[in-house]
Write a protein that binds this ligand. Structure first.
Ligand code: HEC
Length: 182
């Protein structure tokens, strides 16, 4: 057999096997339905299995989420770097749309078509986001109007810009909205 015919035979065999893999009839003898329809609880339903009668159980006492470990172990932002590099890169890449103070006041924002002008970065929802989420938005872009800055800003720069956005938010927090001291 030439190399070409054996390749054709292989391809045809692949197609036949591939198609038959999708067939229900081939499944006979294999108890697929038992795998598909396993007894399970729906969220928020009753359960006779657990003592409190609920299908949804709280995590055991002392459980720590992976997210909170990541947040706790993250190095505190280098404030000097944030104030210099973060501010400079923000001025270059973000201020054109989000305004120098992050309040959405910019020529581009004013002229951008409705319905989605750039969000002010200093009010909710953005002011409620952690710096790492803002850094993710910088890396991935947002919607159709905000491009990804992965190619322009290194991971360290994205983090510095995100931390700088947080400082803009804190600076502009009205005194009345400052949480009371505990
Ligand atoms: C070309 C204009 C433009 C530039 C430049 C730009 N953005 Fe945006 N950004 C937008 C628009 C438009 C939105 C979406 C607004 C909306 O949908 O409300 C947005 C949304 C956001 C959001 C909110 C995402 C959310 O979940 O609501 C954040 C945070 C953000 N931008 C940060 C930045 C930072 C930091 C930079 C600089 C690295 C930057 N943007 C650069 C236009 C821009």
């Amino acid at each position: 057999m030439t190399q070409c015919t054996s390749r054709t035979v292989l391809i045809i065999a692949g197609i036949v096997l591939g198609i038959s893999g999708c067939s229900e009839r081939m499944g006979k003898g294999w108890d697929w339905n038992r795998m598909r329809n396993q007894p399970r609880y729906q969220p928020y339903r009753d359960s006779k299995f657990f003592a409190d009668g609920k299908a949804m159980q709280l995590p055991p006492a002392g459980t720590v989420s992976r997210e909170s470990i990541a947040a706790d172990s993250a190095a505190p932002p280098d404030s000097a770097l944030v104030a210099t590099r973060g501010k400079a890169q923000y001025g270059i890449y973000c201020a054109v749309c989000h305004g120098v103070r992050g309040d959405g006041n910019s020529i581009v924002a004013t002229n951008m078509a409705q319905p989605s002008p750039p969000t002010s970065l200093i009010v909710p929802p953005v002011s409620l986001m952690s710096a790492s989420i803002v850094a993710t938005v910088i890396a991935n872009g947002f919607g159709t109007r905000m491009p990804s800055f992965k190619a322009d800003l290194s991971a360290a720069d994205r983090q510095a810009v995100a931390e700088y956005v947080k400082t803009l938010q804190n600076r502009d927090l009205p005194v009345a909205a400052t949480p009371p001291h505990q």
